[in-house]
Structure formats: C-alpha cells, structure tokens
Design a protein around this ligand. Sequence first.
Ligand code: GAR
Length: 220
Amino acid sequence: MTLADDSLMRAVCLLSGTGTNLQVILENIATGNIPISLNAVISDNPMAKGIEKADTSGITTKVIDYKLYDEQSIYHDQLKQSVLIENPDLIILAGYMRILSDDFCETFRGKIINIHPSLLPAYKGLNTHQRALEAKETHHGTSVHFVIPELDGGPIVIQYRIKIHSSDTADTLKKRVQEGEYQIYSKALKWFALDQLKMKNDKVMFHGDHLDKPILIEEN
Ligand code: GAR
C-alpha cells in the first residue's frame, strides 16, 4: 500500500519516537477521513519505531540522525532540504522532539501543525505529565497548534482536556492524554486538508472566521 496520491494535498510527517499518532493518522488516511497524500516520514532518530510503521505502509522514509551532526545548523539545513524536495502543503509533527530552526518555521509558515501533550500555554517543553502532577493541577490534556518560531507558542486549534484523579501517575496521564490526541489530531488534520482550517496573521481561521479560543473536547 502507498499513501502517496497526486490528486491530494501533499504532506510530510516528522517524528522521533513510537509513532502511535502516526499510526492513527495512517489509518485515517487509508479510510479517506484525512484526505492527504503522505509523501514522506522523516525522523531525527534512527531507532524511532514510527519509521518502521511508515515503512510497513510503503511510505518513503528518511532518517537524518541528529547525533551525527556536530553543527546544528547543518542538521537543520538537511532537514529543510529534505522537506522542500517533497513540496509539501502540510508538515505534520507527530512526536518530533527537536526544536525546529526559526528558518524552517518561517519557510513553511502556516503549513506546520504540532500536537503537544499539555493544555497550552501551560507546560511548554518536556515532561508535561509529571510537571502537571507535581503542580497539583486539577486538569491536564493536549493541544493541536500551528507552529511558529516560539517553542510551543503558535495559535491553538483544538484541545482535549482530562480531569486529574488522585490515583493518576505520569504514565496513566500519558495514556489518557494520548487517547485524546488520536481524536483531536485527526480532526484538525482533516479540517486542514479540506481547507477549513488555516493560520492567517498568526491567528487560527476556521471555516473562514477567526477562532477566538481553541475548540475544547472533554474526556468522557
Ligand atoms: C505525543 O504524546 C505528543 O504529544 C508528544 O510526543 C508524543 C509522541 O507519541 N509530542 C511532544 O511532546 C512534542 N513537544 P507517539 O510517538 O506515540 O505518537
């Protein structure tokens, strides 16, 4: 099976790890729920399980091993060139754990979408589940947002919110948050593919109107 189709919006996915979000995205592409052509999956990590998942689906994969580059700028340039070759309309970050260069963010401005495991703007960066627990938050969740040079700072499209229970650990939070990620990322990517979702002047446009606040989905 190949998921490349010239009649559809062209997409590239960047990831670093397990690729469970990618797996769900692939299933949604295969059923036509997300009408995009996924032309390449690129990882900075040669051990990423997500690369195996993409290979199994017959998608072009590429590893640009971050650790092999003494000069960060050369890594970032390689990444940019590898993405540019695909001429994408959409770049899907699915657990890509490196900070993108400002140049990359500007080159593909409005085309990069990320999922981050917190209710942004809270808990940008790493270890979000543990940090939310330690701060004794009552709620936690995940956010889909457009990417701008400011880390995890781009306009937010949709969030999934869960209540934190006294029995929760970082692992249980991760599991519950990821269940929500599979739902909201597929929705957002579908909207983008159907031209219903855009970023304009650093604001989210949804069905042609400014989205004043992120769409919120609550865990059942
Ligand atoms: C996801 O939970 C995603 O939100 C997070 O990495 C995980 C990847 O899981 N992304 C970030 O933390 C980005 N800052 P997966 O590889 O199983 O899809």
